[in-house]
Structures are given as structure tokens and as C-alpha cells.
Design a protein around this ligand. Structure first.
Ligand code: IPD
Ligand code: CA
Ligand code: CA
Length: 267
């Protein structure tokens, strides 16, 4: 069966990104998948283009895609497609969102691309070869102290109703770091870790299409990427992720697992 090259993914992500950019200032048809979980007509247009092209060029491959569910196919070749990561930003006219495409062969993510069409930033990685931003090599930050680190996180769409709302973790890290950002695109959050712009990122309850490409890009740039238990598999349920500069990954894990008594020793 035919396998893609990194250039194939880059080309696809750029084409989908053009759809997002072209429609950015238009009024959107907003659909609700949940109380705060939005979808626009542009999510669907971007996904349709990506799926059509993957099926045309790589027939028989399996595709997991956010809006349609995807396409059945050989388990050995799996694509993870998020046609618009950052839909809430997009729907509000906040220019921070991306297209995320990853290709996995025999259970390992091999290629990953995340494209930010508003800044024309194309992040890409190939397993064992490195990670690049518009062709320039990426390197995660050399931070070694949490107190001098800038972090980023996100919150799940069921945050109104679940105890796993990530709010307490946000408070823990806000008191131990330079700050915690909430930018709104998990795929770009991971690329900013890869670029050393941010030092650490964690989030709970994601989907594989949110993090497959960005996770590979962060890893290939030298970041440590695990789930919140510190284990390597962040693509299986419950799909939590911790991506950080090697110098602060252990400290972040420790903060996530501090017992409440250790947080308020006087109580
Ligand atoms: C969401 C974004 C957001 C993250 C959410 C994701 P979507 O993806 O990546 O940053 O916090 O958990 O679901 O819905 O915009 O594709
Ligand atoms: Ca997403
Ligand atoms: Ca999406």
C-alpha cells in the first residue's frame, strides 16, 4: 500500500488552511455539538477536502477525523485529521487556530503537520528526522525551573459538568510558574512547545486528532511528551497529555500528582 511523504501532508494542510483563511472574516453558520462545543461550515469544508484527497491518493488507508468520524480502512495505515483545531476562536474571529494532520504506520505516528494559516506557519515533523517550522529546525526550550516557565493548557467541552474540569490544576500551576496561557488550539499549543515559545503544556480528555501531529512535532523537537501518568501513550483513552521541556517535565508531573494536603500544609 502506498505511503505518504511529509510533503504530501504539508501540501494538504496548506490547501485546507487556505479554506480557513479565505472564510475567516465571513459570517459563519454555527452548529452546536454540545453546550460549548461548536462546529462551523468551514470545519466541514476543510475536512471534506482533506478526506477526499487522502482517499484519492492513498486508497485503503483508515482515517480518523473529527467531524465525520472518518473512513474505514487498513489498521496499519491510520490518518488523524483535525480540519480546524480552535473552532471556538475561529467562530469568534480570534486568529489562533490550525489544521492538524498526522499519519501513523503500524501503530507509530510517523508524520505530523500543523498549519497556522493566519501566520503562515507550517510546523512539521518526521519520526527520527526532526521537526521544522517553515523549513527551519525546531528545538524545545532549555527551561529547568517551573518558576521561570510559561505554561499553556486547555479545558474540556464538558467542563461545566465534569469533576475532571482541569480548574484545580490551573490554580496549582498558576501559583508555581510565570503564568498559564489558554490559547485555544491544542495542536498549536504543542507546536509552541516544540518551538520553545512555551515551556510546558498539559490537558485532559482530548481526542487523538487534537494531539497526534503536534505530539510528534514536540517530541521530535526534543520535548518530553507523555500522558498525565508519565506513560508514553497519549493517544489512547483517557487521552491526557503532558508535553514539556525536558528540564521541567518531571516537576510538572509532580505538581499534577500533589496530594491536596501538600498544597495547603497549614490546613
Ligand atoms: C479543541 C482545542 C482546544 C482544546 C479542546 C479541543 P477543536 O479542539 O484544541 O484548545 O482545549 O480540548 O477539543 O474543538 O477546536 O477542534
Ligand atoms: Ca481539536
Ligand atoms: Ca476541530
Amino acid at each position: 500500500m502506498n505511503s505518504p511523504s511529509l510533503a504530501d501532508l504539508q501540501h494538504l494542510a496548506r490547501r485546507a488552511g487556505q479554506i480557513l483563511r479565505a472564510a475567516y472574516e465571513q459570517e459563519h453558520q454555527i452548529g452546536y455539538k454540545g453546550v460549548i462545543d461548536l462546529v462551523t461550515e468551514v470545519d466541514h469544508q476543510s475536512e471534506a477536502l482533506i478526506l477526499t484527497e487522502i482517499q484519492r491518493l492513498f486508497p485503503g488507508h483508515r482515517i480518523l477525523a473529527e467531524e465525520s468520524g472518518g473512513v474505514a480502512g487498513a489498521d496499519g495505515h491510520i490518518w488523524y485529521v483535525d480540519p480546524l483545531d480552535g473552532t471556538v476562536n475561529y467562530a469568534h474571529g480570534v486568529p489562533f487556530f490550525s489544521v492538524s494532520i498526522a499519519y501513523s504506520y503500524q501503530g507509530l505516528t510517523r508524520l505530523g503537520v500543523v498549519y497556522d494559516p493566519m501566520r503562515d506557519e507550517l510546523f512539521a515533523a518526521e519520526r527520527g528526522q526532526g521537526a521544522w517550522l517553515n523549513g527551519r529546525p525546531l528545538c524545545a526550550s532549555s527551561a529547568t525551573e517551573l518558576g521561570k516557565s510559561l505554561l499553556v493548557t486547555g479545558f474540556p467541552y464538558n467542563a461545566w459538568v465534569t469533576p475532571d474540569d482541569n480548574i484545580e490544576n490551573f490554580a496549582r500551576f498558576s501559583k508555581r510558574s510565570q503564568g498559564v496561557r489558554r490559547l485555544g488550539s491544542a495542536a498549536l499549543d504543542l507546536c509552541y512547545i516544540a518551538a520553545g515559545r512555551l515551556d510546558g503544556y498539559w490537558e485532559l480528555t482530548l481526542n487523538p486528532w487534537d494531539v497526534a501531529a503536534g505530539g510528534l512535532i514536540a517530541e521530535q523537537a526534543g520535548a518530553i511528551v507523555t500522558n498525565l501518568q508519565g506513560a508514553p501513550d497519549y493517544l489512547s483513552p483517557p487521552n491526557s497529555i503532558l508535553a514539556a521541556a525536558p528540564g521541567i517535565h518531571a516537576a510538572m508531573l509532580e505538581v499534577l500528582h500533589l496530594q491536596p494536603a501538600a498544597l495547603n500544609p497549614e490546613t
